[in-house]
Design a protein around this ligand. Structure first.
Ligand code: TRP
Length: 347
């Protein structure tokens, strides 16, 4: 069976370093590994509209932002098809047929939907489109017969629900769809990078994100005001690593080779941690090091973004071409689906 990747993001804002270590960086590695025959990266604008119906302009303006983030991180249109979800009308049709295989109570039990309903304060006014977006996400994945879906762990219930839909479809009709598997980041810090305030997750509304496209000076300020160990008051005090955001970020970003250049008194992150927990190492020094480590990773991405920003129409053209290509693939799957359901009356 062909190895195929599909994943995506909602265009509701620029991408941040949590997206980067949690998924984006991995996608680029997977792309360059040459192990996958097809790779689809979707800008999920239709899904973004399920809770932004009154603000299509926000979604619209973030399409090119997310595309710029993709391209500047190293996704290449020659190797990965970049597409816009709403262009692929076949996805909506698949969603409609899959809806008949899913119960309301199953959607109500989906943990991601549950927590997002709470976060958004929908109470009993949940938009139907939002409530059913796991079904549309199953369409996104299955339309391309994806075997592998690189995502953050908050998306696991979505993949599980997609797998159930595939099994139900294949047993009710005919074996047309492919069961996808989630692929998580392998480093725990990367899997769920906290916000700069130490809160569980980076989120635009909490204002605790470092964006890939932030100016270096803003990144420096954000790092210098990061949450650490509140009991680590004087330099001599022993410091705690658990829940210490600066160290979590180092776990996600630091490579031991970087010490030689930026903090030559230490050879490895373990040595640095050791000194911190024993006492005698101040937060400011660790934060300055983290800033250097972050910029080491982000500078080339930012330089590339500045180049790409000069020609937005070229970026949009990449998305347009990718969307046309993707649509052909989804149309083939839709036609197999209709054939399996025997509703292809006029073939
Ligand atoms: N729900 C994903 C998110 O919020 C975005 C997404 C849409 C997606 N369709 C997808 C992810 C298909 C993986 C596969 O980030």
């Amino acid at each position: 069976m062909k190895k195929i990747i599909l994943t995506g993001d909602r265009p509701t804002g620029r991408l941040h370093v949590g997206h980067y270590v949690g998924s984006l960086k991995r996608r680029v590695e997977l792309q360059n590994s040459g192990e996958y025959e097809e790779i689809y990266i979707m800008i999920a604008d239709a899904q973004a509209l399920t809770d932004n119906a009154d603000n299509p302009e926000k979604v619209r303006s973030n399409i090119s932002e997310v595309a710029l983030d993709y391209l500047s991180c190293g996704l290449e249109p020659e190797k990965s098809t970049l597409l816009v979800q709403s262009y692929v009308a076949e996805l909506t049709e698949l969603t409609f047929y899959y809806s008949n295989l899913v119960t309301v109570s199953r959607l109500q039990r989906n943990p991601t939907v549950k927590s997002e309903i709470q976060q958004r304060g929908f109470h009993s006014s949940i938009p139907v489109g939002f409530f059913t977006y796991p079904i549309s996400q199953a369409a996104d994945i299955t339309a391309f017969k994806a075997t592998t879906v690189p995502v953050g762990d908050d998306q696991l219930p979505m993949i599980e629900q997609a797998r159930e839909i595939v099994r139900s479809f294949n047993s009710t009709y005919d074996k047309v769809l492919v069961e996808p598997k989630a692929l998580l980041a392998d480093n725990e810090a990367c899997m769920r990078l906290p916000g700069t305030d130490g809160k569980a997750k980076m989120s635009k509304s909490l204002g605790n994100c470092i964006y890939l496209a932030d100016e270096p000076e803003d990144i420096r300020k954000k790092v210098m005001s990061m949450y650490t160990d509140p009991d680590h008051i004087r330099i001599e005090d022993p410091g705690k690593l658990e829940g210490n955001t600066v160290f979590t970020y180092l776990d996600a970003f630091c490579r031991d080779e970087l010490f030689a250049e930026y903090l030559p008194e230490y050879n490895s992150l373990d040595e640095l941690k050791d000194h911190y927990t024993k006492g005698g190492l101040g937060d400011v020094k660790v934060k300055k090091f983290l800033y250097s480590v972050l910029m080491e990773e982000l500078s080339p991405i930012q330089a590339k973004r500045k180049e790409l920003e000069k020609d937005i129409p070229a970026v949009m053209e990449i998305l347009h071409k990718g969307s046309i290509q993707a649509r052909e693939v989804a149309a083939r799957t839709l036609s197999e689906v209709k054939q399996a359901m025997r509703i292809n009356y006029f073939d």
